[in-house]
Write a protein that binds this ligand. Structure first.
Ligand code: GTP
Length: 233
């Protein structure tokens, strides 16, 4: 299967939402606690090993990092058809281009990050989720071996409250047997409240488990019409 997320390129790393690329087109944010495996997942999904830095030291991702999918960047509307054949997007009327981005949000919850910086990111992530009009959905990455933590719950609560779609990657599945992983997934799905616009899957960057499914989920999020997302975000 060809990779619809191939060719992702680093655009910029931002310390504030205001420093991110212009808020147009469509983007999907990758969120998760520090060390959950977010950078590894981004690398696996884009098929680009060195795209997001991976680290054995938790807390490395302390910036919002924006990646573009080049074929759709600055595609004039006259060529929209071409681009849509490759990654059909719900294009808002008057949209100047088909910019598509993935955004790596800072890993949350690493104890060694100074309190001041943690508070900064709590505020910026909140601002990002509430204000970013091009945001079509969130990929939440969590370690399949552990129950969801406060940050993960907050993210799901936010999605529930605003109607923002979420796809949960239960990663590091290679650390469990297939049966254990399936049970963890079933339990997770069961815990979703009715009305939460969320999907979940088993994933492993190391073993390549669930990569095609996750790519399809990201494309599905990018294709969400803007109206599908609650207007009061
Ligand atoms: N076994 C296993 N290890 C993984 C997997 N994904 C990531 N890891 C390991 O988990 C650690 C953290 O991975 P990262 O991808 O850097 O995690 P992150 O969430 O980006 O971390 P922060 O930079 O703290 O935000 C590294 O040692 C990875 O090698 C996986 O699917 N299986």
């Amino acid at each position: 299967m060809s990779n619809p997320l191939q060719g992702a390129q680093f655009v910029l790393a931002a310390h504030r939402v205001s420093q991110l690329p212009a808020d147009r087109g469509a983007e999907v944010a990758f969120a998760g606690r520090s060390n959950a495996g977010k950078s590894s997942a981004l690398n696996a999904l884009t098929g680009h090993k060195g795209l997001a830095r991976t680290s054995k030291t938790p807390g490395r991702t302390q910036q919002m990092v924006s990646f573009s999918l080049p074929p759709y960047k600055d595609v004039p509307v006259s060529r929209a058809q071409d681009a849509q054949e490759r990654l059909p997007l719900a294009q808002a009327e008057g949209e100047p281009s088909l910019e598509v981005r993935l955004v790596d949000l800072p890993g949350y919850g690493y104890a060694k990050v100074p309190q001041e910086l943690r508070e900064h990111w709590r505020q910026e992530i909140d601002r990002y989720l509430h204000q970013r009009r091009s945001l079509r959905g969130v990929v939440l990455i969590a370690d399949i071996r552990h129950p969801l933590k406060e940050f993960d719950r907050m993210m799901l609560d936010f999605c529930f409250a605003t109607g923002l779609p979420c796809h949960l990657l239960l990663t590091k599945a290679d650390k469990l047997s297939r049966n254990q992983a399936a049970q963890a997934l079933a339990a997770m799905r069961k815990s979703f409240p009715d009305g939460l616009h969320a999907t979940a899957q088993v994933f492993s960057s190391t073993a390549g488990t669930g990569v095609d499914e996750a790519r399809a989920a990201v494309v599905a999020l990018l294709r969400q019409p803007r109206e599908g997302v609650h207007q009061d975000r």
